[in-house]
Structure formats: structure tokens, C-alpha cells
Design a protein around this ligand. Sequence first.
Ligand SMILES: NC(=O)c1ccc[n+]([C@@H]2O[C@H](COP(=O)([O-])OP(=O)(O)OC[C@H]3O[C@@H](n4cnc5c(N)ncnc54)[C@H](O)[C@@H]3O)[C@@H](O)[C@H]2O)c1
Length: 305
Amino acid sequence: MKILITGAAGFIGSHIVDELLTDNNYKLVVVDNLSTGNNNIPTNTTFYHADITNHQEVENIFKKELPDFVIHQAGQVDVTTSILNPLHDASINILGTISLLTNSQKYSVNKFIYASSCAVYGETKNTNILEDTKASPLSFYGISKYTPEQYIALYNKIYGLPYTILRYANVYGPRQTIKAEGGVVAIFIDHLLNGKSPQIFGDGMQTRDFVYVKDVAKANHLALFKGGNQVINIGSNNQISINTLYSMICDLTSSSNSPIYKPKRDGDIRYSQLDNTKAKQMLGWNPEYTLEEGLKETIKYYKSR
Ligand SMILES: NC(=O)c1ccc[n+]([C@@H]2O[C@H](COP(=O)([O-])OP(=O)(O)OC[C@H]3O[C@@H](n4cnc5c(N)ncnc54)[C@H](O)[C@@H]3O)[C@@H](O)[C@H]2O)c1
């Protein structure tokens, strides 16, 4: 069985590759333009250095490889970049996804699995967010993650292309770049291990739902055969404030540096916690790592670099 993974040299994509390589039945074809992330070029895969917005290049790969499944992780992942340059953001996240969908339909892919985001919800009344909560993005990134969801649903309706959309909470773990603004855990750990004071935007009372990257990789694996034509939250069902996260990482790294508070950024959500009941029921997925366990593994990784 052949699986094409986009963004496989990135943070989450590289963990999905590791997860799938535990099964000898899969042949992995990976596509990445090495533009962001830590360039974790996977071994034991067929690697294409290619851009998903180059339709001809994408079609050539599909034609040659004829993948059975597509797991789509490649994207512009930075909220601030999306606000400063919405055209760039949309061209990768929206047009790039349409290119993959067109080829998935044309070359009879069995299933399209898409990495969406809690950013599609925006500010919600309920702090525990269910999948049927109305999407109301606060950033262009939220729009550019949500629009492909609608294309995916229509590709299914018009052409019968099966899919699973996974809406990730805040993913953290080894290999996350400290440049991406979503990588608050990576940035805190990196700064504290190097004796620096990290910045906190706003009062630090905003909450996030942190999910460990290996659990997210597992969810993608399960989605190959389960959760057909569904939108499914992938989160921990918990939320903690950025201030509490900071204290936890200080304790675990034996640091006492105070953070530097900066004004709140545009596009930042106040509260975020994804209800994961549907993931449990439809994928048989459960987050296996507590935040403390995940943080310990992540700190170990950054210490070893
Ligand atoms: N990290 C999170 O907390 C989080 C949360 C929700 C959703 N997501 C989604 O998960 C996916 C993976 O995110 P990540 O955190 O691993 O980011 P990442 O930046 O580490 O990985 C993205 C990968 O995509 C590649 N890429 C970017 N543009 C490309 C293009 N035009 N053509 C080919 N490859 C391209 C990059 O080189 C990189 O390797 C993204 O779609 C993101 O929107 C991430």
C-alpha cells in the first residue's frame, strides 16, 4: 500500500512518517519543498523535493507513484505570516490543497487525509469545542485552513473522493521549529535551556489545548481506515493557560527566568480546548501522553541537540 505524505520533512509530517514506518506494509512517498520546519528529510521513503503549488510537478508525482492514500500536512503554518501576507498563505494552503485534490481524484486515491486546525473555530462561546461549532476564523490562516475543508467535502460529494479531516489542537513535541509561532512549547524550552527569557503575548491567561505530536501521528495512522468522510478534533480535551505552561516548563528545566510580557497579537484566540469524544468513538484514538510526559520527552530532545 502506497501512501503519499506532503510536508513530511516538517514537524508533524516527520512523526507521521516514523509512525507509518512501524508497519512494513506501507510504501511511503514524501513531498516537501523544505521551505519551513527543521528539514527532517525522512529516510526509507521516496522523497520528492517539490512544491505543492506547482500543479505540473504534483501531477507528475501522482502519475508516477499512483498513491493509494494521501496524508496532506504541507502548509504555511504561521498566523502572523498569514496576516502580513494573505496571498502567500492562501496560495499554499488553499491552491496547494486543490492541486492535491484534483490529482487525488484523477488518479483514484482511496482516501485524502487533511491536517486542519483549531484555528478554524476562532473565538467560541463554549470553551470545550465540538466539531459542529460554527467555524469563525480570526486570522487568514484560519480561513486558509477552513476553505480546503469545504473543497474536500465537495470533492467527496461530486467525485466520491473519501476523506478524513483532522482538526489539530496545539501540537508540540520533538523537532518542532522554534521559528514557527505555534511552537510556544519549543520556544519556551529552547529559551529557558539557553538561559534566555521567552516572550509571552498578552497577559498569559489565554488557554491552549496541547496535544503531543506522537499522538497526532497515531491519529493520522488510524484515519487511514477509520473516520470516513468526517471532521474530527484531535486534542487533549484539556486546556491550560500559557502562564501555567511556562511554570511547568520552568520546573521541568529547573529554570527561574521571568518571561517578558508583550502586547497581545492579532489573530490570537483567548480560550481553546477541543472536545475529543468523536476521535475516541470514530478513530478509537486516545491521547496516550499527558502534558507532563510529553514535555519531559520534548525537553530531553532539545537538551540532546
Ligand atoms: N503545529 C501545530 O500546532 C498545528 C496545529 C494545527 C494544524 N497544524 C497543521 O499541521 C500541518 C503541519 O504543521 P507543522 O507544525 O508540522 O509545520 P512545519 O512547518 O513543521 O511543516 C510543514 C512542512 O510543509 C512544507 N511546505 C510548506 N510549504 C510547502 C509547499 N508549498 N510545498 C511543499 N511543501 C511545503 C515545509 O517545508 C514543512 O516541512 C500544517 O498543515 C498545519 O497547518 C499544525
